[in-house]
Structures are given as C-alpha cells and as structure tokens.
Design a binder for this molecule. Structure first.
Ligand code: SAM
Ligand code: SF4
Length: 343
C-alpha cells in the first residue's frame, strides 16, 4: 500500500510520530473556525473574505476523535486557534472533551481576546491551561489601524480578566511591522516589566495573498533586543534558547520582565519543528507554509476506522517538509491566509 519502506517502519512505532528528517511531532494546532471578527492587516483583507460553510467545519465530536487518534500517536500538546477560536460557539465544551483525552498534557489557545472577558472563566474551568492573546499595539488608535477594529479597550479587559483568574504564563503576541508599530518597543518593554505578561514578538511572515508583506517590513528579533535594551538600559539575558519551542526566551538582567522572540523569518526554527496543523475543514498541514494538505475530513466522514486515519497521519507526517523557503528563490506563498490555516 505504501510503496515506502520508511513509512511502514514508522507505522510500527505508533507512539512516535516521526518525520523523515528525524523530528518527532508531539504538538497539534487545531483551527476551530476560519471566521474572525477582526481584520488585522497582516492576516486578511478588509473585505471579501469567504467563510467556509458551517457544515464544512469539523464538529466537536470529530475534533475530539482526531485528538484521541493524534494522542495515540504521541501528541501531547494541543493549541486551539483560528480564525478567532472564540467565534466558535461553546468552545469550552470542546476544551472539556479534549481535556478528557488520555495523553493530552495541556490545551492552549491563541485568541484576539475580544470574547475573553465573558468566556475565560468557563474555558479555564473546562481545562484550558494556557492563553496567548494577540495585542499588536498599546495605543488604541494604532490598534484600530492594525486590526481595522476599534476594540483595544475590550481586548484589554479580556487580558485583565485572564490575569485575575491566575493563569500563568499569560503571553501577549505582538507582530511588529516596520513603519507601523515598531516604535512601540519601549512601551512593550515597560509592560513586560510592570506586569506578569510575557511579551512574544512574532516576525511578520508572508502568508496569504493580501498581507502587504515585504522583507523590509520585517522587524527582526535582533532589532527588538537592541531596542528593548536601549529603552530599559539593561541587558536581556537568554533564559532558554528554543529547542522544539519556536520562541527564544529572554529576561532582563535584573530578573524583571520576560520576552520571547519567534524569529521565523530571520532565523527559522524548522530543524526543531515538532508541530502540525489541522485546518477548520479538516486538512492536515505539516508546515505553516505547506503547499500540500491531507484530507482527514473525507476519511472521518467516509466512515474510515481509526487505524486508517492513523495511517494517513503517519504517512503525512513522514513527508513533513524540511523547512520553509522564505528568503530563498523557490519560495511560494500558500494560497490560504493565516486565518484559514490556523496561526
Ligand atoms: N485570531 C487569533 C489571534 O489573532 O490571536 C488566532 C489566530 S491568528 C491567525 C494567530 C496568530 O497569528 C496571531 O498572533 C497573529 O498575530 C499571527 N499572525 C497572523 N498573520 C501573521 C503574519 N502574516 N505574520 C506573523 N504573524 C501573523
Ligand atoms: Fe483575526 Fe487573528 Fe487574523 Fe487578526 S490575526 S484577523 S484576530 S485571525
């Protein structure tokens, strides 16, 4: 059936989801919806987004079944994302279902924060362990410019609500774009030092057809370190350089204030990548920048048994790309936007 001896060897070792470059996948990002109530400039166009029909989205039962299958293959960490994951009604029900899956050690979520004030308590009660909130600007006017929505204060209330629940760490995801918000590095430094938030800078990536990306607009991790140290007058010391984690972590030399750098463009972490993604319509992607997908929804809805789905996952992961080609001549942008893939 496989015509590939490697895959058959890997299949026998079901507790390990390995690719052909020796990496082990134990991390799954699930996009629960492609819909979003924001229109961040780097993620999607202002008008004309075509949402998937609701019947195309995997149901909570299908997502839980897949989580069980992935867990049987050694996946331990699940992150819910989107689109905006909290646009999916009753997401806490899914969190509860996945938290009951043996082998899943933690469930995290990346959100724009808009619905957090009202939903955070239910989500945490259901078993959500960690929350990342995207916050690209500390200036309400700039925030509106970047997200095309005037929701800074509401998002901030959401962050405060999560803080009151005592979840740690709370990570704030920031995308800096040259000419837009890179002048806020000092303000983010102050925030990292005055509150218990970890500020994580994600380099601006070329993804989707309408993101406005160009290499010059990428504010690199190195620039951010220099800007932060200058603003605070203290050195940033590495606490943990990424292994399988995408972020390099740094703390100011006096121990106050942590930041993370996800330098996917200037210093890709592909050789340590341990993650795969499931789109909201049930396609498995082995890289953010994949040009091929594996259709798990057809298997789920075509009455495939767990073993057949496991086989499809093992085969897809074996072919996981060595790395992305941003900055190299062969690079081709995936047609789907970040919100459709599940960032
Ligand atoms: N809607 C949620 C949110 O914004 O947090 C979750 C989905 S969003 C696609 C996940 C993360 O991807 C966000 O932190 C967002 O800033 C990031 N992102 C989106 N487009 C990006 C791009 N072109 N480059 C870098 N990060 C991007
Ligand atoms: Fe929506 Fe998140 Fe994309 Fe912003 S980054 S448009 S909040 S999916």
């Amino acid at each position: 059936m496989h015509g590939d001896g490697h895959i058959e060897t890997v299949q026998r070792d079901v507790a390990d989801l390995k690719d052909s470059f020796g990496r082990t996948v134990n991390n799954l990002r699930i996009s629960v919806t492609d819909r979003c109530n924001f229109r961040c400039r780097y993620c999607m166009p202002e008008e004309g987004m075509q949402w998937m029909a609701r019947s195309e989205l995997l149901s909570f039962e299908e997502l839980t079944r897949l989580s069980r299958i992935f867990a049987s293959l050694g996946v331990k960490h699940i992150r819910l994302t989107g689109g905006e994951p909290l646009m999916r009604k009753d997401l806490h029900v899914l969190v509860k279902q996945i938290s009951g899956v043996p082998g899943i050690q933690d469930i995290a979520m990346t959100t724009n924060g808009y619905f957090l004030a009202e939903q955070a308590a239910d989500l945490v009660r259901a078993g959500l362990h960690r929350i990342n909130i995207s916050l690209d600007s500390l200036d309400p006017v700039k925030f509106t410019e970047m997200t095309r929505r005037d929701h800074f204060h509401r998002v901030w209330e959401g962050i405060e609500a999560v803080d009151r629940l005592g979840i740690r760490p709370i990570k704030l995801n920031v995308v800096l774009i040259r000419g837009m918000n890179e002048d806020e590095i000092p303000k983010f430094a102050d925030l990292a030092r005055s509150r218990s938030f970890v500020i994580r800078f994600i380099e601006f990536m070329p993804i989707g057809s309408d993101d406005g990306w160009s290499p010059e607009k990428v504010v690199t991790g190195k620039e951010i370190i220099v800007g932060m140290e200058k603003a605070v007058g203290k050195r940033l010391k590495p606490v943990e350089m990424r292994g399988a984690q995408p972020a390099d972590r740094f703390v100011f030399e006096d121990g106050i204030g942590e930041i993370g750098l996800i330098s996917s463009v200037s210093e890709p972490f592909c050789s340590h990548c341990n993650r795969v993604r499931l789109t909201s319509d049930g396609k498995l992607r082995t890289c953010l920048f994949s040009l091929v997908e594996t259709d798990l929804k057809s298997l789920l809805r075509g009455n495939a048994d767990d073993e057949a789905i496991r086989t499809a996952i093992v085969e897809a992961v074996w072919k996981k790309e060595e790395g992305h080609l941003i900055n190299r001549p062969g690079f081709v942008r995936p047609a789907r936007s970040m919100s459709q893939i599940g960032g």
